[in-house]
Design a protein around this ligand. Sequence first.
Ligand SMILES: Cc1cc2nc3c(=O)[nH]c(=O)nc-3n(C[C@H](O)[C@H](O)[C@H](O)COP(=O)(O)OP(=O)(O)OC[C@H]3O[C@@H](n4cnc5c(N)ncnc54)[C@H](O)[C@@H]3O)c2cc1C
Length: 323
Amino acid sequence: MATNHKTRMLIIGSGPAGLSAAIYGARAGLEPIVVQGLQPGGQLTITTDVENYPGFREVIQGPWLMQEMQAQAEHVGTRMMWDTITNVDLSGKTFVATGDGGDTYEGDTLVIATGAQAKWLGVPGEQELSGKGVSACATCDGFFYRGKKVVVIGGGNTAVEEALYLTNHSDDVTLIHRRDSLRSEKILQDRLEANPKISVLWNKKVDSFLAGENGELRALALTDTVTGDASEIETDGAFVAIGHAPATELFKGKLAMDETGYLLVTPGTPKTDVPGVFAAGDVCDHIYRQAITAAGMGCQAALDAERYLAERDFAGVTETVQY
Ligand SMILES: Cc1cc2nc3c(=O)[nH]c(=O)nc-3n(C[C@H](O)[C@H](O)[C@H](O)COP(=O)(O)OP(=O)(O)OC[C@H]3O[C@@H](n4cnc5c(N)ncnc54)[C@H](O)[C@@H]3O)c2cc1C
């Protein structure tokens, strides 16, 4: 039978943003509920080495970090729910989310931390070699390729930024693009052209990622989009940089978002355009996209949720609360 779960702070998403919001919310006495979704622990659960999350001298494993974060959230009083939200109603005094089994979750405040997913090419070898030479995040993994040969796939701002960033670690960066011109901003193209560490392979489509005998990435199989010629490029690391898709389908028509689907918040805050509804992490951040920034935004969301409730409760008249 479907159950209605009530809380002072409902959190959708169990990545670094959602779990950090939960830790702060629980410690503020808001007894948060976290609905975990299809990827409990979020994106870090699909990577291996994490070397840039503060507090750990040695390299740690992404799935382990997220287990610890969840354990910490539960330890301070968070209720974790194995469910995926399929509908939300943000029009009432409380916010109601419906899970795919029919359970409803009702929050006096709502923190949306549904993240974003990197877009992949969907070609053979890509997922098998993810974490073994194939990555979707230069900021996260570029450091592991110090002094090595790397390629970046894509032709937009993300790809050019990733290529430029990788020159901090590698003198041999190749940008592979399936067309003969880039879609990125002119200023980025100028910086790319001026950088002697970057070369561009035009009109090349990636057909597959090839493993070496050690099971790590060895090369990419390419096809020329003009001549149809096949070729290979040997590399130590490949960065797929064809964009991200924020998980915001649920909120279309209910919350303000930009043209690419990222939730819009008041700059510098987690406040959406609906009072009491907050957004945190990759779902509203197409720039930084890191675990630490997502966690920081989760903290902000919980602090603002607590303040929102305190002001509302002090006013004593929920219908006329000012925000
Ligand atoms: C391969 C890889 C390696 C990375 N390496 C690093 C690294 O080394 N260091 C670093 O700082 N960052 C790294 N990142 C980036 C980092 O993982 C993200 O920036 C971070 O996870 C974003 O956190 P988030 O909480 O905003 O969202 P996410 O981690 O994306 O979590 C989103 C959560 O929302 C849930 N959800 C979505 N829709 C629903 C729904 N309808 N109902 C309920 N729940 C829902 C999902 O199940 C998930 O739990 C990496 C990313 C990838 C993909």
